[in-house]
Design a protein around this ligand. Structure first.
Ligand SMILES: C[S@@+](CC[C@H](N)C(=O)[O-])C[C@H]1O[C@@H](n2cnc3c(N)ncnc32)[C@H](O)[C@@H]1O
Length: 195
C-alpha cells in the first residue's frame, strides 16, 4: 500500500477541488502579503492543493512560485491549471525546496493538519529556507485546540498563538502581524530577522 502523506486529502481531492473552486476566501490577505515582497520575488507555496485561489493570487502579483503538495491527485489538478509553474508532489516534512532560499513562504490550510512535532519542525524548516527579511504567512486558529477536519474526518490541531509565536521566535522569525479573512481563518505573518 502506498503511504498517504497528505493527511487524508488525496482521498477526497475531487470534493476538495469542488469545495475550493471559485472560492475567493483569503485572497485579499494573500494579495496584501504578496505586495510586501520584492517585485518578482520567489515564493514557496506549501500544501498548495489545486492552486486556487492562493497560488493564482501569488502569480497574479508577479511572484515566481514553486509549489508542493503531498497529494498526487491535487498536484495533478494543479498541473492542469498551472502547467508552467514548478510543483513537486512531496510532503512538507521532507521537501527538496527547503534546500533553496525564497523571499516568501505560504502554508494556507496546512499547518494544523500536521502532527504537532511536524508543525514544530516545519517552522524551523521554513525559517531555514527564507532569505533574511523573508516572510512566512500561514493559517491556524489563534486558540490552541483540536477538532476533526470537515472533509477528511482526521484530527487537526492548532498549537495556538502563544506557542506559534515562541516557535517563530526560536527559529529567528518575528511575528509581525495577524489577519483574519472573511472565512474567519486566522493568518500569522512573520519576517525572518537579518543574519
Ligand atoms: C486544506 S488544503 C489547503 C490547500 C490550499 N493551500 C488552499 O488554500 O486551497 C490542505 C492541503 O495540504 C496538503 N497536505 C496535507 N498534508 C501535507 C503534507 N504533509 N505535506 C504537503 N502537503 C500536505 C493536502 O494535500 C491539501 O492540498
Amino acid at each position: 500500500m502506498i503511504e498517504d502523506r497528505s493527511n487524508g486529502y488525496d482521498a477526497i481531492a475531487d470534493a476538495f477541488v469542488a469545495a475550493r473552486s471559485g472560492s475567493t476566501t483569503g485572497r485579499a490577505v494573500i494579495r496584501r502579503w504578496a505586495a510586501s515582497l520584492p517585485a518578482g520575488g520567489t515564493v514557496v507555496d506549501i500544501g498548495c492543493g489545486s492552486g486556487e485561489p492562493v497560488t493564482a493570487a501569488l502569480i497574479d502579483a508577479g511572484l515566481a512560485v514553486s509549489a508542493l503538495d503531498a497529494s498526487p491527485a491535487l498536484v495533478a489538478a494543479f498541473r492542469r491549471r498551472f502547467p508552467a509553474v514548478e510543483v513537486a508532489c512531496e510532503p512538507a516534512e521532507r521537501s527538496r525546496f527547503f534546500g533553496r532560499r525564497f523571499d516568501g513562504a505560504v502554508a494556507i490550510g496546512l499547518m494544523f493538519l500536521l502532527p504537532e512535532n511536524a508543525q514544530r519542525a516545519l517552522v524551523g524548516r521554513v525559517a531555514g529556507a527564507l532569505k533574511p527579511g523573508g516572510r512566512f504567512l500561514f493559517t491556524a486558529p489563534r486558540q490552541a485546540r483540536a477538532w476533526d477536519d470537515v472533509l477528511t474526518g482526521r484530527r487537526s490541531s492548532s498549537l495556538g498563538a502563544a506557542e506559534y509565536g515562541r516557535l517563530l521566535d526560536a527559529a529567528g522569525l518575528d511575528l509581525i502581524a495577524e489577519h483574519v479573512d472573511e472565512g474567519e481563518n486566522h493568518h500569522f505573518e512573520a519576517r525572518k530577522r537579518a543574519a
